[in-house]
Design a protein. Structure first.
Lengths: 223, 224
């Protein structure tokens, strides 16, 4: 034994963690991007009360919020190929993350849109704003301030959720850690690097989230 | 003869087995929630203390548990505790420990939020009416806190149930694992079993979590 930790081991296997972290970040990036798109569409459908489509959005939101990502992924990765839909594990991970994240983003965006009082819309109309102007100059600036903290919290949540993609055999951070524990029994080092890797990814975003929330507090006007 | 995948669900005791698997995760989450509520209330009160040391300790605990994916926490306890302390924890016990630690942090933060959201004048008015500290707490503060807290605590339960699906990754036999076994056994007789089994698991989770979410939403609207 040379000291508390085996530094040679850490040095030797850090590149594996870097590769795995890249995969985690890539999946999270695409998943979050598509989640935002899905969330925007669903929130708009519900905000503008589009008939039928808003019901579909509501059903989707309930389905996605009340089921775990791991089960969604198992269905996509092991279930769908039986009816001829064969996606690679990476595609399944991004689709699954989007299915999960879309509803969370929709709720965050919708709560922002709904936080803008009706009287604001009426005032804008009486001042002769058309609907586009009302949206751009009145609704969005106020809605954003309410939505952004929720959206950023969802970003962190979704990055954390990517940790389950190891369940469909993607070599992400969890997968590498488990592999190293199984192969070499250097459990302390493998777990330490795992925690460090997630801290490196998530701490900056979490700090940024706190700063952003403080910056956006201007919308608390009147409360 | 190859049968349609859907009939595999009703062959023998398959459906009962799936439900039994689901109960494993639900049991872990209910146990963890029951432990998290009292611990979370204590932790929440601890967090409102003005002492800088207690603030720093609770902050670090809360932030660490929140920032780490729950799967990482499971790995830390399941693989790490054996190494660090020589404890040989079963996967079920590790899961309960992790979800209680996580639940306590989340619950504590909710309790803290509810406690500080009660305006000062409530305490002052109670004092002006001659109530003792104990009376103020029991008749004024607790009823208001509970109303704010209960919907959020119920929501935490659904999050807990969804997150306990991860225990399959530290080797517990729960609903996904049972599903996998059913699929493997029937690989040749029912080639499309995976679609139906995982589809049903998806729906089962939904049927467990949805009513609880609805209840939380209902209470939130009524008590606003």
């Amino acid at each position: 034994m040379n000291g508390l930790l085996n530094w040679d081991f850490i040095a030797k296997y850090t590149p594996m963690y870097v590769t795995a972290a890249k995969l985690t970040v890539t999946i999270a990036f695409w998943g979050i991007l598509f989640s935002l798109a899905v969330g925007l569409v669903c929130a708009a459908l519900q905000y503008y009360k589009i008939p039928i489509l808003r019901r579909i959005a509501a059903v989707y939101i309930e389905l996605s919020r009340n089921t775990p990502l791991l089960v969604q992924l198992f269905f996509l990765y092991f279930g769908l190929p039986k009816i001829g839909v064969k996606w690679s594990a990476e595609v399944c991970a991004v689709v699954g993350l989007t299915f999960l994240g879309g509803s969370y983003m929709a709720e965050a965006i919708r709560s922002g849109l709904e936080s803008v009082d009706t009287i604001q819309l009426e005032s804008a109309a009486s001042l002769g704003f058309d609907s586009r102007q009302t949206l751009v100059h009145i609704v969005l600036p106020q809605a954003l301030a309410v939505s952004v903290p929720g959206v950023v919290a969802n970003v962190i949540f979704l990055i954390k959720e990517t940790s389950v993609v190891s369940g469909i055999a993607l070599a992400d951070l969890m997968y590498v850690a488990k592999d190293l524990i199984g192969l070499y029994y250097e459990t302390d080092e493998a777990l330490l690097m795992l925690v460090a890797a997630y801290l490196v990814i998530l701490l900056p975003i979490s700090v940024l989230a706190t700063l952003l929330e403080r910056r956006l507090r201007y919308a608390g006007f009147g409360n | 003869m190859q049968g349609s995948g859907i009939s595999v669900l009703f062959k023998g005791r398959n459906f009962i087995r799936l439900l039994g698997g689901l109960w494993v995760t639900v049991r872990i989450s209910l146990l963890s929630v029951l432990l998290s509520i009292p611990l979370g209330i204590l932790f929440g009160m601890f967090m409102t203390l003005k002492n800088p040391v207690s603030r720093a300790v609770s902050r670090i605990y809360l932030d660490f548990v929140r920032i780490m994916p729950q799967l990482v926490l499971l790995f830390l306890v399941y693989f790490g505790a054996t190494r660090a302390f020589g404890w040989n924890l079963s996967s079920e016990l590790s899961a309960v420990i992790v979800f209680t630690l996580w639940g306590t942090a989340e619950m504590g933060d909710l309790v803290r939020g509810a406690l500080i959201s009660i305006p000062r004048h409530q305490y002052d008015s109670a004092a002006a009416l001659g109530m003792t500290r104990m009376q103020t707490f029991v008749y004024i503060i607790v009823p208001q806190t509970v109303r704010r807290l209960l919907p959020l605590a119920i929501n935490l339960t659904t999050r807990m149930i969804k997150t306990t699906s991860l225990v399959v990754l530290i080797g517990m036999v729960e609903v996904l694992k049972v599903g996998q076994q059913i699929i493997d056994v029937n690989r040749f007789d029912y080639p499309t079993a995976a679609l139906w089994v995982y589809g049903v698991v998806f729906i089962l989770y939904f049927l467990v979590c949805w009513p609880i979410s609805l209840l939380a939403k209902r209470l939130e609207q009524r008590w606003r």
